[in-house]
Design a protein around this ligand. Structure first.
Ligand SMILES: C[S@@+](CC[C@H](N)C(=O)[O-])C[C@H]1O[C@@H](n2cnc3c(N)ncnc32)[C@H](O)[C@@H]1O
Length: 214
């Protein structure tokens, strides 16, 4: 992205039109690779049905499908979904056939209850008022024995101007009924990321993985 696109990107909000514009003004927003915490947490899970909430350009969905998962990838950006579907067809047509790309606003859409062996939300930062109800619907979509994986950014130099959109793994864990869920990961993990100028920056992810008992 050039400097103008970066400035424009930073000025945009987080509603559907803003995300659409954010994707439209850049040829690619994300690396296309699977997110590191998804790889860490899901690499050893037996493939089943997965929901990727806020699937963006589809790197996670395609990675899961490449490992045999049947994936529902949901996002409200039509640009991102089209880009993801095209990339999937180009990179791995076999796996692409295991992904259903769904245009949905997750503040309104209720995924089918108990239908997924993995529900993953990677850097799916919502306005604070939407977060608990949306995450509750995502949790309800997990099948017995399945995993809920919620990964967020811990605020850093890369993320300014949206403090109310951050959450911690502990906050998400506190919303889960302990009679239903085993929280198996609830922590922050440090890593490095490429900053806008291409230099490496220390960042951290907040990671919640919980397994539904019943
Ligand atoms: C930070 S991006 C993360 C994309 C992807 N998970 C990744 O890690 O590469 C957040 C994504 O959530 C989507 N999103 C944000 N709010 C949404 C909503 N209410 N319903 C559906 N998608 C939403 C955006 O369009 C964007 O693709």
């Amino acid at each position: 992205m050039d400097d103008d696109a970066h400035r424009r990107h930073a000025e945009l909000g987080f509603d559907e039109a803003s995300w659409e514009e954010r994707y439209r003004i850049a040829p690619a927003l994300w690396s296309g690779r699977a997110n590191p915490q998804l790889v860490t947490e899901a690499a050893d899970l037996p493939p089943g049905r997965a929901l990727d909430a806020g699937s963006g350009e589809g790197g996670d969905a395609l990675w899961l499908a490449g490992r045999g998962w049947q994936v529902t990838a949901a996002d409200f950006s039509t640009v991102a979904l089209a880009r993801a579907a095209a990339a999937a067809e180009r990179l791995d047509p076999g796996a692409a056939g295991r992904v259903e790309w769904v245009h949905a606003d997750l503040t309104r859409w209720t995924p089918p209850a108990g239908a997924f062996d993995l529900v993953s939300a990677q850097y799916f930062h919502l306005p604070a008022a939407d977060r608990d109800p949306v995450f509750a619907r995502l949790a309800a979509a997990v099948a017995p024995g399945g995993s809920l994986l919620v990964v967020g950014h811990v605020a850093s130099e890369l993320h300014t101007g949206m403090p109310e959109m951050f959450f911690t793994a502990q906050q998400v864990a506190a919303t889960l009924d302990p009679g239903v869920w085993d929280v198996v990961v609830c922590e922050d993990r440090a890593r490095t990321a490429s900053g806008p100028a291409g230099h490496e920056l220390p960042v951290a992810d907040t990671v919640l993985r919980a397994v539904r008992r019943r």
